[in-house]
Design a protein around this ligand. Structure first.
Ligand code: ZN
Length: 226
């Protein structure tokens, strides 16, 4: 679009360098305090966009509102949601994102551990990314695109809408949660306070994918005797 520099990549590169790993062994909310390190950055950036009610609560949830700018009176409130935490399985500390520009289809060798190779044969969806820029980690950490890609997309969308008041919309609530990776992302959400009629989670999938159902990602422990 004219007169707009997209901020999603810049935000993404910064967000992934903030360690927000969650911890399934923890009983606190959020499971790790360091998740708030990113959440505080989000609140500050939202306030800098002009979203005055952006706030981080004690449980590690960020709430913010893009006010309605339409004259219509019966527009539902929608929510865009994503999680700030990354998987407990691989370290999220010291992430060094790398942009592979105009990807030419070759296997991608990660420089900090050359045994880590992203192969087209293992990831057939990569064939649709020929010529695109691809962002990876450097080989020794997670990247954390799940779900800092979603966080960056929502932040850029908020920035875009605020800078383009000619795009009419109803009230939009933003929600950034901790602890999705350990199945506790909704544990302390204040649904009343969120006050949304409909919500969309922006998380991983290929371009254009919309999922309208989910599975229960809770764990189950089965003990069989005999
Ligand atoms: Zn996710």
């Amino acid at each position: 679009m004219e007169n707009y520099t997209y901020t999603a990549i810049d935000r993404f590169l910064r967000y992934v360098q903030i360690d927000t790993q969650s911890d399934p062994q923890s009983t606190s909310n959020p499971s790790t305090e360091k998740q708030k390190d990113l959440s505080r950055v989000l609140v500050q950036e939202l306030q800098e966009m002009g979203i005055t009610d952006a706030e981080l609560d004690q449980w590690g949830y960020v709430y913010a509102t893009i006010p309605a700018n339409t004259d219509k009176t019966t527009v539902p409130t929608i929510c865009f949601c994503s999680h700030v935490d990354t998987s407990p399985d691989v370290t999220g500390a010291g992430v060094k994102p790398i942009i592979h520009q105009h990807w030419n289809g070759a296997d991608i060798v990660l420089p900090d551990d050359v045994s880590e190779v992203i192969r087209v044969t293992d990831h057939p969806d990569l064939q649709y990314q020929l010529g695109n820029d691809i962002i990876t980690a450097s080989g020794t950490t997670l990247l954390g695109a799940d779900n800092k890609a979603g966080v960056a997309e929502i932040m850029d969308a908020a920035n875009y809408l605020l800078m383009h008041p000619e795009i009419k919309h109803g009230r939009i609530r933003l929600l950034f949660t901790p602890d999705e990776e350990i199945g506790r992302g909704t544990e302390k959400v204040d649904i009343q306070k969120l006050g949304a009629d409909f919500g969309y989670t922006i998380d991983g999938e290929a371009l254009g994918t919309l999922e309208d159902e989910t599975f229960s990602a809770d764990a189950v422990k089965i003990t069989i005797q005999g």
